[in-house]
Write a protein that binds this ligand. Structure first.
Ligand code: PEP
Length: 255
């Protein structure tokens, strides 16, 4: 099974129309069709400008969240079809900041992911343990519980992101061995939920303080198939360096 690396930028609550235009124009020029798949996820308000530039290029645009209903009285929410209409291809679901600050649960994350796929979007589904959970030896149990939401999803339109909460925005990165161990466990879990063939083809991204200087080593691990990059993705040069790191020794695909 060959897995094309996937590198996604999570801009979180950063950026302006002007900055996203300049960034995407630069990125589109530099990203090759043959290399890693590249996705940029800016805030909702910047999606139309981003999608306009990315359409027809090797760069795809993603959102950072979506609701699980198609429409209705859900003030402040955005439905997946509204994103698809803009030319958005991907959506991040279940990010730890959603879980930590906005009441996201395994159940709501699962509902969002199903609705997103139903609307034709590809999903980056995030899982990961807190520091307290890691120190209590609960990491694999937490990952198993959180990934239960994958059941019933279409693996052809899915990527999983392992994001240890203690490594997000902290400058602390999981070691390559810690990342590989978690990814192997997640792939085993995906096999139970989605079937062996689907799990073998599933891209599992690492996220948590990925930077130009650690990306290549993390991505060289056999089961690390890409990166979800927060802080370091705001800088175009840094993000391009991470994409280059994802090219790795095998130039584009893992066996
Ligand atoms: C993220 O937001 O998904 C993330 C991994 O952030 P950072 O790279 O800043 O740790």
């Amino acid at each position: 099974v060959s897995r094309r690396p996937l590198v996604a930028a999570n801009w979180k609550m950063h950026g302006t129309v002007t900055s996203v235009q300049a960034y995407l124009e630069g990125l589109v020029e530099r990203v090759a069709i043959a290399g890693p798949e590249v996705v940029v996820c800016p805030p909702f308000t910047l999606l139309p400008a981003a999608a306009l530039i990315a359409t027809g290029s090797a760069v795809a645009v993603g959102a950072q969240n979506c609701h699980w209903e198609e429409n209705g009285a859900f003030t402040g929410e955005v439905a997946p079809a509204m994103l698809a209409e803009l030319g958005v291809r991907w959506v991040i679901v279940g990010h730890s900041e959603r879980r930590q600050y906005f009441g996201e649960s395994d159940a709501t994350a699962g509902a969002r992911a199903r609705a997103a796929q139903h609307a034709g979007l590809d999903v980056i589904f995030c899982v990961g343990e807190t520091l307290a959970q890691r120190e209590a030896g609960e990491t694999l149990a937490v990952l198993e519980r959180q990934s239960t939401a994958l059941e019933g999803l279409d693996p052809a339109h899915l990527a999983l992101a392992y994001e240890p909460v203690w490594a997000i925005g902290t400058g602390r990165t999981a070691t390559t061995a810690q990342a590989q161990e978690a990814h192997v466990a997640l792939r085993r879990r995906a096999a139970e939920l989605l079937g062996g063939a689907a799990a073998a083809g599933l891209r599992i991204l690492y996220g948590g303080s990925v930077k130009p200087d650690n990306a290549a080593a993390l991505l060289a691990e056999a089961d690390v198939d890409g990166a979800l990059v927060g802080g370091a993705s705001l800088d175009l040069e840094g993000f391009c360096a991470i994409i280059l790191g994802a090219l790795g020794e095998r130039r584009g695909a893992k066996e």
